[in-house]
Design a protein around this ligand. Structure first.
Ligand SMILES: [Zn+2]
Length: 192
């Protein structure tokens, strides 16, 4: 797309240059700016985003890992976030990479943290998820021993979001999680 725009600018410059040489020079400069690739840092995660790995540590089979990562993936998408990839490994571990807006609401962060455990129906292998959860809740005011009302509310809201989107209760539709888990078991990885 960027290259097409650059070519369009150049062609327009060539056409107009019959009347004014300065236009051609301007078109060349603009085309160069449009066509040059973005800086490497920008390609990793967009402005205002951070790229985060959400995992399961195994200690259970690949079937559990597949449901776990499918849960993270689907919850991130339900939040409207970009998922880079989800992957599971033969030892039952797995990782899902996603781009999270730096100003994302804490309950949405909580929802993604707990979505793996909720989708898999077990908290085995969730130690890094729980560490993320503590860190995310720490963005809100609260005490050292007691979380206090704001963190409690975000936690409740986050768990409810995850149960709604990736839970297996009769109120939720987790067909999407099952589909992703099947694909992960078959291919080991889902891009996007
Ligand atoms: Zn996890």
């Amino acid at each position: 797309m960027r290259n097409l725009t650059a070519i369009a600018v150049l062609v327009a410059g060539l056409v107009l240059a019959r009347h004014n040489g300065v236009v051609l020079v301007a078109a060349l400069v603009i085309a160069w700016f449009v066509a040059r690739p973005g800086r490497a840092g920008r390609a990793v995660a967009g402005r205002g985003m951070r790229r985060v790995a959400v995992r399961t540590h195994g200690g259970h089979g690949t079937k559990t890992a597949a449901r776990h990562e499918a849960g993270h993936r689907r919850m991130a998408k339900a939040n409207g976030w970009r998922v880079v990839s989800a992957e599971i490994f033969p030892d039952g571990s797995g990782v899902t990479w996603m781009d999270i807006p730096k100003d994302a609401p804490v309950d949405q962060l909580v929802a993604v943290d707990v979505a793996g455990g909720i989708a898999a129906g077990t908290w085995a292998g969730c130690s890094s998820d729980m560490a993320h959860l503590r860190k995310d809740l720490g963005r809100l005011p609260g005490g050292f021993i007691f979380d206090g009302p704001e963190r409690d509310a975000a936690k409740r809201s986050g768990y409810a979001l995850a149960r709604k989107h990736v839970g297996s209760g009769w109120l939720s539709d987790n067909a999407a999680v099952r589909k992703d888990a099947d694909e992960l078991l078959k291919k080991g990885r889902i891009n996007g």
